[in-house]
Design a protein around this ligand. Structure first.
Ligand code: AMP
Length: 211
């Protein structure tokens, strides 16, 4: 299964990605996680991405695309992958199509999570993130629901001013890839409200039907 997740920040892509990657036995590739790991480790890539991430803007395509191209060449991605957070604009979607053509392995689906703006803002501004494993946690949580670590923090880009910018960037730059994948006949859309388990179930059944 070669799968792309599309949807606004806060739609639950990261949470669902973990379950879907496990179900289909494919690696979960999150560009946000890779950037955050580079930021933490103080690599060149992290330093170059830092200012864009802090403003809630997209890191330039040349840096981002090269990073994903490399990751897709790793052996664990040979039999499938789940991309979470990339592509995030039409240029990136075209680069992915090009990579898939070169590898002669077409994408199976682009799974869109749809969610109303009010719910997104409410979710993002009240979520915490686990410093150990990156999973989201509710504002009241005292430990991570995924790994039980107790170091929970608010991501710099989950602060209100940055959330507004991230949503605007989503509308302007990322939403157009929905039509791109619709035209390619790859788009599968599911509503992203409901319990985590219900959404996972719906996603798996929608993907099974689309295959
Ligand atoms: P995320 O965790 O997916 O919300 O990503 C956090 C931040 O990393 C984004 O706000 C961007 O600054 C950067 N980023 C992640 N994925 C991409 C991408 N595909 N293109 C450009 N920047 C990205």
């Amino acid at each position: 299964m070669r799968l792309v997740l599309v949807g606004p920040p806060g739609a639950g892509k990261g949470t669902q990605a973990k379950f879907l990657a496990e179900h289909f036995a494919i690696p979960h590739i999150s560009t946000g996680d890779i950037f955050r790991a580079n930021l933490k480790a103080g690599t060149d890539l992290g330093n170059q991405a830092k200012a864009f991430m802090e403003r809630g803007e997209l890191v330039p395509d040349d840096l981002t695309n090269a990073m994903v191209r490399d990751r897709l060449n790793d052996s664990d991605a040979a039999n499938g992958f789940l991309l979470d957070g990339w592509p995030r604009n039409v240029n990136q979607a075209e680069v992915l199509r090009q990579i898939m053509t070169e590898k002669k392995t077409p994408l199976n689906a682009a799974l869109e999570f749809s969610l109303a703006n009010e719910i997104i803002i409410e979710r993002l501004s009240s979520r915490l993130t686990c410093r150990a494993c990156g999973a989201p946690a509710e504002a009241k949580a005292t430990k991570c629901p995924a790994c039980a670590a107790t170091d929970l923090y608010q991501r710099e880009d989950d602060k209100p001013e940055v959330i507004a910018r991230r949503l605007a960037v989503y509308e302007e730059q990322t939403a157009p890839i929905i039509s791109f994948y619709k035209n390619e006949g790859l788009l599968v859309t599911i509503p992203a409200n409901g319990s985590v388990a219900e959404i996972t179930k719906q996603a798996i059944s929608a993907l099974d039907t689309a295959k």
